[in-house]
Structure formats: structure tokens, C-alpha cells
Ligand binder design. Structure first.
Ligand SMILES: Cc1ncc(COP(=O)(O)O)c(C=O)c1O
Length: 289
């Protein structure tokens, strides 16, 4: 079966979509993106994802071709062709000018691309035993709050953990915890959860915000504040969060056990709250043909 994707307003088989080599997404990584998890046809926090897309576009001075409601409608249209649990990938680049020039051209039509692929949710093994991570210096730029398609820094960071057979690379900038290559990071000490500040040095995850909300509803104490490296290393628990990883316990950091070396009580509570939240998602009725 050929996969159906969205390209500049049309639904097309994925293998029939062709992008100009002059597209600034290809030439400069000049674009932004989102990834939305979908459970049984129901996207989780689609509005929040498209609001973040708007913020990313504002930051790179790219005019949004669609309103949030239009984006949500396009997502549902695409999902008609992709039942079940999916990741929806949305990318908008600055478009294809006639020549290569760093200066942002005026009046260019952005390139819009959306595709789906089966959602790779964490395995039971990963949920029950946690995952291994390594640490590295955060060598990325200072605009990590933009969900940019220029991901070379994140790719190189992720490879450091892949080389060790680990799940993620947790990064430190000037001795402070930032985030992982494709996830946010939380630490837990004496039952109190801490998350790094919502600033330009991390991507503010939609899942990060959801965990903060679930913590507050579930009477879990959570602080947003700078987290020194020593606190990461001495934590009882460390968690990863992302739209696809949901919330995962880190049980080994640089080859050493985190806390007891097993997912902790705070993790189990947050994981349960997350699953409960997901189970309340209302599946959207299919649009009649
Ligand atoms: C660098 C980075 N940080 C954090 C996240 C988590 O964001 P979200 O929860 O919106 O998936 C991601 C997700 O891909 C990411 O790439």
C-alpha cells in the first residue's frame, strides 16, 4: 500500500512527492516541524502542538500558511488514511527560491509537508525496567526553544548514546541540566520532581507541560528551576519525556545506576496519571465518505 501524505494542500502518495533541491529546508535546514502522537485516531494535544508550531514560525519570521484550526482539520484529513496509533509529522520550510542566498527572500510560498508513521510507543520492558542514558556537553546553539528542522546538533548528540547502545543523551550546559537530544528531562529527589526552566536552552515539550499539569492535578510537588549537574547525578529518579516516549525512567546514567537502579515510586505514579490521561482521549468519528 502506498502511503498517503500531505504536500502543499494536496493528499498524494508519499513516493510521488518531490521537493526542489533549492528548497531552503534542503539547503539551509530553514524550517520548523512538529510531531503529534495519535491514539486510536485521536491526536494528543494537537492544539498545543500547532500553537508551538506558530511560536517556532514567529521566531524564524516565517508566515504561517494555516490557522491552528486549519492545521487540526488537515491532520484529521490525513488520519483518515492512517487508522490506529500514529505519529503525525508536520514540516514547514521557507520554500524554494530561484537561487541560493542566506538572506530571507520576500514573498516566498512555504513548503508544507505532513506524513504519518506508526507510533513507536515505549516497550513494556522499557516501562518496567527503565532505560540507559549517557551525558554530554550541550554543544548546540542558543535557540533550542525553536523546533527547527536544523537538527545536526541533536543528531550528533543522539549518536553518542546510540554508540553506547543507550536510549538518550542527556545534555549539560555550563554545569546545568538542559534536556536530552529528543526529550525533556526531569529529576526527582525526596519525592520532589524538578524540571529545568522554560527558556531558550530547551525545547519546551508538549509532554513537559502535560507532566507539569498532571503533577499539579495529582498533588505531586514539582519545581521548575535550574538543575546543577550534581543534582542530576545524585537524583533518586531521572525521567525522560516526549510525545512518543511519554514518560520513561532513566535507570542507568553513564553506566551507573540512578537511585535504586529501578523505576521509582514517583515515576510509577506519573506513568499511571499519563496513561489515565490518554485513556480519556475521545476518538474522533470518521467523516462519512
Ligand atoms: C530536543 C527536544 N526536546 C524535547 C522534546 C520533547 O518535546 P515533546 O514533548 O513536545 O515531544 C523533543 C521532542 O522531539 C525534542 O526534540
Amino acid at each position: 500500500m502506498t502511503e498517503i501524505a500531505h504536500f502543499n494542500g494536496k493528499l498524494l502518495p508519499l513516493d510521488q512527492i518531490h521537493v526542489s533541491p533549492l528548497d531552503r529546508g534542503f539547503i539551509f535546514g530553514d524550517g520548523v516541524y512538529e510531531v503529534i502522537p495519535v491514539y486510536g485516531g485521536a491526536p494528543l494535544r494537537a492544539r498545543e502542538h500547532f500553537e508551538r508550531l506558530q511560536r517556532s514560525m514567529d521566531e524564524i519570521r516565517l508566515e504561517n500558511p494555516h490557522s491552528v484550526d486549519e492545521w487540526i482539520a488537515l491532520t484529521h484529513e490525513l488520519l483518515q488514511h492512517h487508522p490506529g496509533n500514529q505519529s503525525v509529522y508536520i514540516q514547514v520550510t521557507r520554500g524554494a527560491p530561484p537561487k541560493r542566498d542566506h538572506v530571507i527572500p520576500k514573498g516566498l510560498k512555504p513548503t508544507v509537508f505532513m506524513m504519518c508513521y506508526p507510533l513507536a510507543s515505549p516497550s513494556r520492558e522499557a516501562i518496567e525496567n527503565g532505560v540507559a542514558c549517557v551525558t554530554a556537553r550541550d554543544f548546540r546553539w542558543e535557540k533550542c526553544h525553536i523546533k527547527s528542522t536544523s537538527l545536526l546538533g541533536n543528531v550528533l548528540a543522539r549518536q553518542l548514546s546510540a554508540d553506547e547502545g543507550a536510549t538518550e543523551t542527556i545534555m549539560l550546559r555550563d554545569g546545568m541540566l538542559t534536556e536530552a537530544s529528543a526529550s525533556n528531562v526531569f529529576v526527582v529527589k525526596d519525592g520532589v520532581v524538578s524540571a529545568p526552566p522554560r527558556d531558550n536552552l530547551i525545547l519546551l515539550g508538549i509532554t513537559y507541560d502535560l507532566l507539569v499539569k498532571l503533577a499539579s492535578e495529582g498533588a505531586i510537588r514539582l519545581e521548575v528551576r535550574p538543575i546543577p549537574e550534581a543534582e542530576l547525578r545524585a537524583a533518586d529518579e531521572v525521567w525522560l519525556s516526549s510525545s512518543t516516549k511519554e514518560v520513561l525512567a532513566v535507570t542507568t546514567l553513564d553506566g551507573k545506576p540512578v537511585g535504586s537502579g529501578k523505576p521509582g515510586a514517583a515515576f510509577r505514579r506519573m506513568h499511571a496519571l499519563y496513561q489515565e490521561h490518554k485513556s480519556r482521549l475521545a476518538p474522533r468519528r470518521p467523516v462519512p465518505a
